[in-house]
Design a protein. Structure first.
Lengths: 312, 249
């Protein structure tokens, strides 16, 4: 019952965001950014919090999703939905190719290798100026109107309409992750997080299960990336870089990596703090850093972890 | 036909010989104890049987199948389950959640993203039975990380049993336990062996317990088999007394 109330609360807040956001001093694209980065952080947390595997290279898959969408819309004349699909396919294929190479690694070695592979994609985007726009990013394209059943939905001017499109994808992705985590497949991941040795001697082929979790996580990360490019009508090479991977980890840990919704809350805190602080000072990152250190030191279970404990 | 046949098994760590030319068989339905002083290679033998380590010499056959080259999960699928000297469980999950993972693996559901209502009910029922079998009914909803050492051991044995193994390897199941807990685990082993006819290989330091439960005993010393026989034969064996048991009055 309590769980149902929380779920209902989260979805009502998300559905009504365009109405309450201006009342608290927010604006629509800020809300959409929270939503999309929240999805990326939740996708990362599918691996970090529920399989116990730390990836420090998820920016690569977010970025591939963004460039996959941007490049196909710009050069191949894809529509908005096809562009999203292309981004997801690109990111997921990359995960399927890279995953098997690093599945036997654990802990810091795994994290280092995810950074290394991530940086490969960053440098491709950075150097291949003629196609990707290099350091300037991939601009010169726009999200196109959606057409379905004879209706046409204008997205370019209408930020609220795009928020709801993003929310629809967010809902599908989050429901899929939630259902997976409540299935035998998800519980196998949990067992690996809890005790890899025990899971192995219950007969689990650990590497294959970690690989599966990795691919699922990267798939949703690249979906977030495609949506992020559409939000900005622009693909930024910096979201391929390893420090963006770090930002995603910070969001997940800030919000609470042992809770399903924690990373969304972490993304909200991070994005809003960034938005607010960066309008006051150029050194906003040091304040976010300080805040992060305090949370990790005093609330290792994140913001949501604290709320949970206070309630019980 | 033996359930498990170990032939000339050897394991070196560099120049250190941990296990050398060890052979013994385990018959179906038998409770076979492995005893020996610390460092005799008992746990290494378990690690070789379960696949945690690869042997440097010898063969391991389980029901006619050579298993010494198989990865651990394949040996589990073949029917071998084990516990560890230091309890290996899923600490941040409840007793029910722990055992459900094992039951779902045994049911072949490990890759299933959903279960039908009937399948769920079936799993729940099996988990329930298992919880009763290991005597944790009153603690089903507790996090296992918060349970007593003895109860954690029961959870680990429950996890091994959830796989419906045909061979159960128990590595010092009573280590570090009080008298009551030791008695509980002993009764559980006795029940599994006598009533459920499960084949068990047991590593144990508690000699009265070993002589009470075991049908056959293999004595290891410095990585080699010193003696093998019934409890009575082992108790009467002079080299065992000299090397391990000390003088018996």
């Amino acid at each position: 019952m309590k769980r149902f109330a929380i779920l209902a609360g989260v979805w009502v807040l998300l559905l009504l965001a365009p109405y309450w956001l201006p009342l608290v001093g927010g604006y629509m694209t800020l809300g959409t950014r929270v939503l999309i980065l929240g999805l990326a952080a939740m996708a990362l947390n599918y691996l970090l919090g529920y399989t116990g595997v730390l990836s420090f290279g998820h920016a690569a898959y977010v970025g591939l999703g963004a460039y996959g969408a941007g490049l196909t819309i710009k050069y191949l004349g894809f529509g908005t939905l096809q562009g999203i699909a292309a981004g997801v396919v690109l990111g997921t294929v990359a995960a399927v190719v890279i995953g098997p190479l690093i599945m036997r690694l654990r802990g810091i070695y795994f994290a280092m290798c995810t950074i290394a592979f991530g940086q490969v994609f960053y440098f491709i985007a950075f150097r291949w100026h003629s196609v990707t726009g290099g350091d300037d990013g991939l601009g010169g394209w726009k999200r196109l109107p959606l057409h379905f059943f004879g209706y046409s939905l204008e997205l370019v001017q209408d930020e609220v309409a795009f928020y709801y499109v993003a929310l629809a994808f967010f809902a599908v992705a989050v429901c899929a992750m939630g259902l997976l985590l409540n299935s035998p497949l998800g519980r196998m991941q949990l067992s690996i997080r809890e005790n890899e040795q025990r899971a192995r001697f219950l007969g689990l082929p650990i590497e294959r299960h970690v690989l599966l979790a990795w691919v699922i996580s990267c798939l949703f990360a690249s979906l977030a990336g495609a949506l992020y490019a559409l939000l900005n009508n622009f693909a930024d090479p910096r979201i391929l870089r390893w420090d963006f991977s770090g930002e995603l980890v910070i969001m997940a840990v800030l919000g609470g990596m042992r809770s399903f919704w924690g990373p969304l809350l972490g993304a909200a805190v991070y994005v809003v703090l960034q938005d607010y602080l960066s309008s006051i000072t150029e050194n906003w990152m040091s304040f976010i850093g300080l805040f992060f250190v305090l949370v990790v030191m005093f609330f290792p279970r994140g913001v949501l972890g604290v709320l949970k404990r206070a309630r019980s | 036909m033996s359930l498990l046949r170990i032939s000339n098994l050897g394991k070196n760590f560099g120049s250190l010989v941990a296990v050398n030319d060890v052979s013994f068989n385990v018959e179906p339905g038998e409770l076979h104890a492995i005893i020996g002083p610390n460092g005799a290679g008992k746990t290494t033998v378990f690690n070789l049987i379960s696949g945690l380590m690869a042997p440097t010499a010898g063969k391991i056959q389980f029901e006619d199948m050579d298993i010494h080259d198989l990865p651990p999960h394949r040996r589990v699928q073949a029917g071998i389950a084990r516990t560890f000297q230091i309890t290996e469980i899923f600490p941040e999950l409840t007793v029910t959640e722990n055992l459900r993972i094992g039951v779902e693996i045994a049911a072949g559901y490990r890759l299933r993203p959903w279960l039908s209502r009937g399948e769920k009910a079936n799993i729940r029922e099996q988990v329930q039975k298992l919880i009763e079998r290991v005597g944790l009914s009153t603690k089903a909803g507790r996090l296992v990380g918060e349970l007593s050492h003895g109860d954690q051991r029961a959870v680990e044995i429950g996890l091994a049993l959830s796989l419906q193994p045909r061979l159960l390897l128990l590595d010092e199941p009573t280590a570090g336990m009080g008298d009551q807990e030791t008695e509980d685990v002993t009764l559980l082993m006795q029940h599994l062996h006598r009533t459920e006819k499960l084949t068990i290989v047991l590593i144990e330091h508690d000699m009265p317990l070993v002589f009470r439960l075991a049908q056959r005993i293999t004595v290891l010393a410095q990585g080699e088999v010193l003696a093998e026989g019934t409890p009575a034969e082992i108790a009467a064996n002079e080299s065992v007394q000299a090397a391990y048991l000390g003088k018996v009055e």
